[in-house]
Design a protein around this ligand. Structure first.
Ligand code: ATP
Length: 407
């Protein structure tokens, strides 16, 4: 899919103040970054703007900031890591107002090729998350041009993603997307709109309700839809199976029936687990030892809980992956946080790692699982945005993409 939006290649950044919205929402433990994927993914756009002689002003959110601005959710560790990666100073404006006097002064002092990182945009609370006009304007006042490269946040119409673009337009500036946005949308867009077939889509995770539109949309686009994880049991119940104490959404049984009919009507394969790894009670903590018994779908006892696909299902899903030319995967096949219940997720990850097909991981838990297993570099593309990639796979237009200027 060609993205008909202006990109960083279409602007002249020399001497200009360029505000770049990145997704630096990295996991932290005791103030240390535990996974730098999102920082590394942002580098090509930042480096390009530095090389072009732009004054590069970076902004991002970090965490949920539920209790107001605080040092634990400061972007300071990101500034440090970014500076190491770029091999040059990143001036961090730690002021909690994000766009206040300190930011204005730091930007005024910038030379061509300098980099400034503003504080966590969520420190402005609802002004950020409710797309506030005043905060949008303050962000835009710092810059001449705006680049959205925050794929992981591009499904949110927040001030630093959406509102700011209106203010940049109002003063005659341009809004464009960065290289990461382009790459994400090209991979996901091509897979869904123009896949090399057979196209196999794999959906897992906890709840059917979270993925209603993804299921429906992917069923239309793919050749085979594979369902695993907790959401499979609502489908199995819809088919009349006993599912014991497995996760179920009784309000979505009719929806699952509809999807089963839709698959049949469209001549698509919809694969469901034929066996499950079951446990007597959910582990607490989640990785506590558990005793597993495997049951075929038709033999599930009423007092067991299905927490992973069984070995027959894993082999069947791996076979389906082997015959594919394009695979999109979102959501684990079981409670993969527990080593005893991770076998199904590992089997699917391994099948993806071993195929020559184009393999795309839709972020979130499946991306974490693939990386933890050491299969990360075997995949064609691992999305940096779980929620954003899901909304994209639903066929929704992402606000962060829509806000960029058309070519
Ligand atoms: P994200 O929202 O981060 O992108 P995701 O889309 O990959 O994640 P979720 O829908 O959040 O997936 O579901 C992941 C969770 O589903 C995991 O914590 C896993 O333990 C849980 N899960 C998977 N299978 C089962 C099951 N059979 N029973 C209960 N929970 C399950």
């Amino acid at each position: 899919m060609g993205l008909n939006k202006k990109s960083v290649d279409d602007i002249n950044a020399k001497g200009k103040r360029v505000l770049v919205r990145c997704d630096f929402n990295v996991p932290l433990k005791n103030g240390e970054i535990t996974d730098e994927t999102r920082i590394v993914a942002a580098l090509p756009t930042i480096q390009k703007l530095i090389n072009d002689g732009g004054k590069v002003i970076l902004c991002s959110h970090l965490g949920k900031v539920k209790e107001g601005p605080n040092e634990k959710e400061s972007l300071a560790p990101v500034a440090k890591r970014l500076s190491e990666k770029l091999g040059k100073e990143v001036v961090f404006v730690g002021d909690y107002s994000v766009t206040g006097e300190a930011a204005t002064k730091a930007v005024e002092a910038m030379q061509e090729g300098d980099v400034v990182l503003l504080q966590n945009t969520r420190f402005r609370g609802a002004e950020e998350t409710k797309n506030g006009e005043q905060f949008s304007k303050e962000l835009a006042d710092l810059a001449d041009l705006y680049v959205c490269d925050a794929f992981g946040s591009s499904h949110r119409a927040h001030a630093s993603v959406e509102g700011v673009t209106k203010c940049i337009t109002a003063k005659g500036g341009e809004n464009v997307v960065g290289y990461l946005m382009q790459k994400e949308i090209n991979f996901l867009g091509n897979a869904v709109e123009n896949p090399v077939r057979p196209f196999v889509a794999i959906l897992g995770g906890a709840k059917v309700a979270d993925k209603l539109n993804v299921i429906s949309n992917l069923l239309e686009k793919c050749d085979t839809l594979i369902i695993g994880g907790g959401m499979a049991y609502t489908f199995l119940k819809a088919q009349g199976y006993e599912i014991g104490k497995s996760l179920v959404d009784n309000e979505k049984i009719d929806y699952c029936k509809e999807m089963l009919e839709k698959a049949e009507k469209l001549g698509k394969k919809l694969l469901l687990p034929v066996d499950s790894a079951t446990i007597a009670a959910f582990p607490n903590p989640i990785d506590a030892p558990v005793e597993v018994e495997v049951y075929e779908a038709a033999d599930m006892p009423a007092d067991r809980e299905g927490c992973d696909i069984g070995p027959k299902t894993a082999a069947m899903y791996a076979d389906a992956v082997k015959s594919a030319k394009t695979v999109v995967w979102n959501g684990p096949m079981g409670v993969f946080e527990n080593p005893t219940l991770a076998a199904g997720t590992i089997a699917v990850a391994k099948a993806l790692a071993e195929t020559d097909a184009t393999t795309i991981i839709g972020g979130g838990d499946s991306a974490a699982a693939v990386n933890q297993l050491g299969f990360g570099d075997k995949m064609s593309h691992i999305s940096t945005g779980g929620g954003a990639s899901l909304e994209f796979l639903e066929g929704k237009v992402l606000p962060g993409v829509a806000a960029a200027d058309d070519k």
